[in-house]
Structure formats: structure tokens, C-alpha cells
Design a protein around this ligand. Sequence first.
Ligand code: A3P
Ligand code: MG
Ligand code: MG
Length: 408
Amino acid sequence: RIKEHGKTVATSTDESTVASQSLSYPPKNRPVKPVAIQYPTRLLTFSYDADRTLHFDDSAMKYFVNPPMNADLKYGYTRWIKRPEEKGRIDGLLKAMVKYCQDLDSSSGTLQDQSDGKPSSQWLRQMRCVSWRGVMTKTLTALYEERDGWELNVMHINNLLYLEEHLSDKRLAEKEDMTPYHRQLSYYGYSFESFSTSSQPYQPERLPGHPPGWSGDVNTNVQWCSVVKTKLGSHRLLIGGEVDCVTAKQGHGSAEYTPDNYVELKTSMAIRGANDEVKFERKLLKFYFQSFLLGVPEIVVGFRTPQGRVVSTQTFKTMELPRLVRGKPHGWDPHLCMHWGDIFLNFLLQQIPSGKKADKTHEVWRAKFIPGTGVTMKLLDEAEVQEVRAGEDRVGFLPRWYFHTIDD
Ligand code: A3P
Ligand code: MG
Ligand code: MG
């Protein structure tokens, strides 16, 4: 057993698991050394179209408009084109990363991030971790998560950690097999997005044959994504995630929309009493980090009836959410989450040796989060890595085309 950040890290002596370590929670009731998180800088944006093809443009960007009161969130449910549940691949993010690096090299230092004119390979070497925003949100909020566990696949190459959510075929089938009730609830969120956005600034859509404000039938393949860099403690992170819409600005073309204009949309049950309020304020933790990580300053919540009617909307400033819950019994403290996130990244960096492209073995590790406890980690064996690869042309879980682009 070795001591790690004042906590005990157990190293398994079980020969059958090649290596296994665990990291338990730091106590929540003790003051922590502040870990700074940098306000994110946007690197680029991209869109997925209705066929899930990625384009380096803002074709999927939408403008926020006020949704009509009493809008029926059940509307269009039977026409929902639902993106199938899929493994947590980071291919799209890697594509964006490579594109950003190519642009850096060809513009020889004129991009906002590259004032020193260094080639992209050097820029990339400063980065410590790359993942989708959803994974980072789960990681940072794990300290308060009492119900849902998660698993990550982790690779460490050239001192850069790659994280993807691990979803086994069984887990994917379970997610796909939602009860009709949950499917309906899940649809409310997307339907609210249709009512609250427009392809034109300031103008709610008026599509013939549809209710006022409906901006089109829901196709969850379509997404507008932003890729940012940020820093947690000493770790530089590359994060990508979906942005629901932007606040319209007079005279702006789509390329001029910066994270200052980003808006996150959420739906929630109307608050009818103290219990509902507690539930809602707990949920704000996830809203907070989800938005914070991409630099989204505003969250518009559509409150709805159980039957899916919008009864009110309320705009929250992301940065003000922690103060809303501070000191309450069900409150949460973002600093504890950042502290935990820093410990978690240090744990991964220290436990997983960094490989090189030329290595014969490219280790894949599995981090498993157990609510209320912490994280265990193990090195995957060949059969497990094959399951992760799922018959695709990959090195570990990284697409082979990407693997060829990295330096030795
Ligand atoms: P709500 O958050 O309004 O419920 P996001 O808010 O992250 O942009 O996600 C959009 C919608 O996707 C959510 O809207 C919700 O309806 C659906 N959604 C997100 N995560 C989900 C999950 N784990 N299970 C089911 N639906 C989910
Ligand atoms: Mg979204
Ligand atoms: Mg949303």
C-alpha cells in the first residue's frame, strides 16, 4: 500500500488482475487546497448533420428564442429521429483536434492560441487530457453522485491522457431499451430545444402545419459542438461538447459567436414545494459543470408540468449557481469537485505509464467509478481490449487514422 495525497491507495496483490489500484474520496467536510480552473478558451466549432456527418462549419448552430408558454413538449414525439446509443468514442473530437493543429501549422501562428508561432506538435505536448465534456462533468461531479456509476477507458500516450466512456454492448442495449415513459421524458428536453431555438436570429420559426415556435422535428443526430482548452490545477485539458444555442447579437455572422453568447437549455419539473426545490438545487451541480466546462454563461430552464406543458422559463447565470446552494444541507461546493478532479487526474497520470507510438503494446486501462466510494482502475487484458475495439480499425480505442497522425 502506498500513500497518495494523504489517502491510502491500495495496490492489488491478486495475480489474476494484472494491476489494480483504487482511489477513495477525500473527506467532504475538510477544507481543501484550492485548485484553480481556468475559464475555457474556444478553439473551434463543428456540426453534425442529420446523417451524423461531421462538418467544420456552424450549420447546426441555432439562435435562442423564447418558447411559447404552454408549449406541448409531447409534440412531434412520433417523428423523433433518435440517434442510436453508441460507445463513447472520441473520434469526432480527435478529428477536430487534428484540424485545429493543421490550421495552426498552416497559419504559422496567427490563431489566437499560437502567438508564439510554435508548431502544433509542441502545442499539443502541453495538453494532458482529452475527453468529451460529458465525461469531464461526470468526473468532476462524482464526489456528490450517489446513484449512477460509470466506467472509462483510458490510454496514455506521449503524456496525453485519452478518456472515453466505456459502454459495454450489454449496457448499450439497456440504454436503448428505455421504458416508453423514460423515452417520453427524454424527448421533452429535445422538444423544448425545438421550441426555444430558431435558424434565424430574433425570429421564432413559423412552420406551416406546426404549432407556433416549433423549429423543426427532432433529429438527435444534429448537434453543434464547441472544442475548448482549459486548465484544472496544472493540467491542460482539451474538451469538446454540444452547445444548444446562442443568444442572437445584432450584426453577427455565425463565425463571430463566442462562448459569451452560448446558451444551455434544460427542462425540469415545475417546482411545487420544498422537496422539489431541493431536488432542483441538487441537479444544478450538473448544470453548473456541464456549462462551465465549455464556458457557457447562461442556462435557460423550461419548467414543465408532468404532462409536458411549459409553464415558465428562468434564466440562470452559470457563475451564480454555486452561490444559490451555498451553505444549504443539500448544497454542493464546486471547489471540492475541482479538488477531487485534480486528484483523479493525478491518479491516472501517476498510475498509467505514458507510452509511445512506437511501443508494441498500447495499454488500455479501465477506471470504474463506484458511487459513495471512489474509483478503481485496472489494466485491460487482450480479450478486454478486443471488446473495446469492437472489431473496428483501432489502436486500443483510438482510430488508426488518428494514431498515424501523432508523433513518435
Ligand atoms: P433536459 O436536460 O432538458 O432534460 P442537454 O441538456 O445535455 O443538452 O441534453 C438534452 C436532452 O437530452 C435532455 O434535456 C434530456 O431530455 C436528454 N438527455 C440527456 N441525457 C440523458 C440521459 N442520460 N437519459 C435520457 N435522456 C437524456
Ligand atoms: Mg445539449
Ligand atoms: Mg441542454
